[in-house]
Write a protein that binds this ligand. Structure first.
Ligand SMILES: *Cc1c(COP(=O)(O)O)cnc(C)c1O
Length: 353
C-alpha cells in the first residue's frame, strides 16, 4: 500500500527493520548511547549548533511535541499570539487555552499565507506578549507560511517564535536556527515511524521554562536527556527507527531530500493539470509535499478514495469544512518513482470514469 496521506508514511526496509530490535532497557547505557546519537543527528541534519540548541525527544505523535512546545515555551504571565490559517493553528490556540495561557489570534483565510505586516500590527496590539506561534507547513491545505519574516518580527520585539514544523521539517526549507522552539516528528518527511516526536529548543529558554505539564515538560525532558537519562519510558524501538531514518536523511542530504520532494510534487501537479484536476490553493506558496485538489463537479471523495485504494493507494480527505469540496494527495515518505506514474494512471482512470 502506498500512503499518500500526510503521515504515517512509507519508509525504507532499513527503517522498518530497525524497530524490530531486541528489547532494550531504557535505564542502561546502551539506550543512552542510542538517545545521544539520535539527538546529535537531529541537530546535525538541521544544521543547529549544539551549544545553542537542544533536540528534545518526546514519546508521542507530532501533537505531543507541539503541545510540549506551547506548554513549556510561553513564559509565565505572558500572552501567546497565534498565527492561524488552518486546522493546526486552531489546535495551537486550543492547547494554549487548556494550559491557561492567554491567547490572541491573527487569522487569515485558509487559502492565504500569513501576511507578515498583519502579524506585525497584531503583535503591536498585544500587551505582555511572550511568544508568537506559527505553522510552517499548514497541512490542512498544503500552504507554506513565511517563517523568516515572522522570526524577524519576534526577534525585534524580544519575544519567542514557536514553530509547528511537524509536516515541514525535511520536506520544505526552514531555517530552524531562526526559531526559538520548533516542533517536529519522525513520522512525516523525516521518514521514520509514527509515535516519536521532538522539539528543537534554544537552550537559553530552558532555564526559566514554566511548568504546566508533567509529561510534556521540555525543561525536565531536556535536563534528563542531557544527563543521559529519561524521566519516563520512551518508545525505544521508535528511537532506533528514528536513528536509522536520520542516518538515511544525512546520507541523502537535506537539500537533496527537499529537492526530491519538490520534483515529486511537480511531477504529480503536472499530471493533475493534464487530467483537468484543479488545485484548491490560488497561489504559489505551495509545499513540496501536499496538494489539495478540487473535487470535480458531481464527484465524491469516497469514490476517488475507493477507486485508488483498489489500486493500492491511500489518499486523504479534505480537512474540516473542506471535506465536500476538496481532497488531498501528499507525497511524503519513500515512494518509488514508478509508483507515481501508476498513481497518476489510477487517478486519471477515476477522473474519466
Ligand atoms: C500532522 C501534524 C500535526 C500532528 O501530528 P500527529 O502526529 O498527527 O499528532 C501537527 N501539526 C501539523 C502541521 C501536522 O501536519
Amino acid at each position: 500500500m502506498i500512503l499518500l496521506n500526510p503521515g504515517p508514511v512509507n519508509v525504507s526496509d532499513r527503517v522498518r527493520l530497525a524497530a524490530a530490535m531486541e528489547p532494550m532497557c531504557h535505564r542502561e547505557p546502551e539506550y543512552f548511547d542510542l538517545q545521544d546519537d539520535v539527538r546529535a543527528r537531529l541537530l546535525r541534519l538541521f544544521a543547529l549548533p549544539a551549544a545553542e540548541f537542544a533536540a528534545v525527544l518526546v514519546t508521542g505523535s507530532g501533537t505531543s511535541a507541539v503541545e510540549a512546545m506551547i506548554a513549556s515555551g510561553v513564559p509565565a504571565g505572558k500572552r501567546l499570539l497565534v498565527v492561524n490559517n488552518g486546522v493546526y493553528g486552531e489546535r495551537i490556540a486550543r492547547m494554549a487555552a487548556v494550559h491557561g495561557i492567554p491567547v490572541d489570534e491573527v487569522s487569515f483565510p485558509w487559502q492565504t499565507p500569513a501576511d507578515p505586516d498583519a502579524v506585525s500590527r497584531a503583535a503591536d496590539t498585544v500587551r505582555d506578549l511572550g511568544a508568537i506561534a506559527l505553522i510552517h507547513h499548514e497541512t490542512t491545505t498544503g500552504l507554506v507560511n513565511p517563517v523568516a519574516p515572522v522570526a524577524e518580527i519576534a526577534r525585534k520585539r524580544g519575544v519567542r517564535l514557536l514553530v509547528d514544523s511537524v509536516s515541514g521539517l525535511a520536506g520544505d526549507a526552514i531555517d530552524v536556527a531562526s526559531t526559538d522552539l520548533c516542533a517536529g516528528t519522525g513520522g512525516k518527511c523525516v521518514q521514520a515511524l509514527p509515535g516519536l516526536s521532538f522539539v528543537f529548543v534554544r537552550r537559553t529558554w530552558l532555564a526559566d521554562a514554566p511548568r504546566r505539564s508533567v509529561y510534556l515538560d521540555l525543561a525536565e525532558l531536556a535536563a534528563k536527556q542531557d544527563a543521559r537519562n529519561t524521566p519516563f519510558t520512551p518508545a525505544v524501538p521508535l528511537v532506533a527507527a528514528l536513528r536509522e531514518a536520520l542516518t538515511e536523511a544525512i546520507e541523502e542530504g537535506l537539500a537533496a531530500r527537499l529537492d526530491r520532494y519538490r520534483r515529486t510534487a511537480q511531477l504529480l501537479r503536472d499530471g493533475f493539470e493534464r487530467m483537468g484536476l484543479k488545485r484548491w490553493l490560488p497561489h504559489d506558496a505551495l509545499s513540496n509535499t501536499l496538494t489539495t485538489l478540487r473535487l470535480p463537479a458531481g464527484r465524491t471523495y469516497a469514490s476517488a478514495h475507493d477507486a485508488l485504494k483498489k489500486e493500492g493507494f491511500v489518499i486523504y480527505a479534505g480537512q474540516g469544512s473542506l471535506e465536500r469540496e476538496a481532497f488531498r494527495i501528499a507525497n511524503m515518505g519513500w515512494i518509488p518513482p514508478a509508483q507515481l506514474e501508476r498513481l497518476l494512471g489510477a487517478l486519471e482512470g477515476w477522473v474519466r470514469s
